[in-house]
Design a protein around this ligand. Structure first.
Ligand SMILES: O=C(O)C(=O)C[C@]1(C(=O)O)C=C[C@@H](O)C=C1
Length: 216
């Protein structure tokens, strides 16, 4: 049975998915709903499909680097596919975040002091120019979300994360650089989904998403 009081998103708080969920449902959701952060996009699909949550919000496509591969794959292989009941576009402004000790090291020895850059895999293709000119030799480590990336840098002395400004506050790390995305107009479109109920007719939005999946 569906737990009608939970709305899931890719957490922890501070992700762009969190921005999307609050943009769509409000800072505090109406009707005693609660937000629940999940660790991966796959977890979001499982939770809505098995009825653990009423709704999920997942990233679908980005204006700079196109489809969010995890979501496309899951939309294609989840059977029955959840119903898409809405969508919302979030302006994605990326920041370079780091612990104060890392910033100190950069000040002393330059940007070569940064050995690792953490972020969500979808982000690399949105910040190609900045990464190539500032951290060409650092290892890029892909993790489950940008906010998790920010949290990882808190206890490291030579790592930065690419994440949102909200993630900086939550992870208690500092901003090294702002607006590092290639395009000023960088947007990600998110889908709002609920469990598919056998026999219900697919909406026009549902069908338009299917057409986009087929186009790939
Ligand atoms: O890691 C996050 O903050 C997410 O919400 C995921 C995600 C994505 O998968 O596209 C969402 C928006 C941005 O394009 C980058 C990352």
């Amino acid at each position: 049975m569906t737990n009608s009081k939970l709305i899931a998103y890719l957490g922890p708080p501070g992700t762009y998915s969190f921005q999307a969920v609050t943009q769509y449902f409000g800072k505090t959701p109406a009707g005693h709903y609660e937000y629940v952060p999940l660790n991966t996009i796959a977890d979001c699909f499982t939770a809505v499909q098995d009825g653990t949550v009423a709704y999920v919000v997942v990233p679908f496509a980005n204006s700079s680097n196109g489809p969010v591969k995890f979501t496309y794959d899951l939309l294609l292989k989840t059977c029955p596919r959840p119903s898409i009941i809405g969508d919302t576009k979030v302006k994605v402004e990326h920041y370079v975040l780091a612990a104060p000790t890392t910033l100190q090291r950069i000040k002393q020895s330059g940007e070569d002091a940064v050995r690792t850059v953490y972020s969500h895999p979808q982000v690399w293709g949105q910040c190609t120019r900045y990464l190539a000119s500032h951290f060409p030799n650092a290892a890029r480590i892909s993790v489950d979300s940008t906010a998790y990336a920010a949290a990882l840098t808190a206890n490291e002395g030579n790592a930065v994360a690419i994440a949102s400004i909200a993630a900086a506050d939550i992870a208690n790390v500092e901003v090294y650089a702002a607006d590092v995305q290639d395009n000023e107009d960088n947007y990600t479109r998110f889908l709002v989904m609920e469990q598919y109920v056998e026999g219900t007719e697919r909406t026009e939005l549902d069908r338009s998403v299917d057409r986009e999946l087929v186009r790939l």
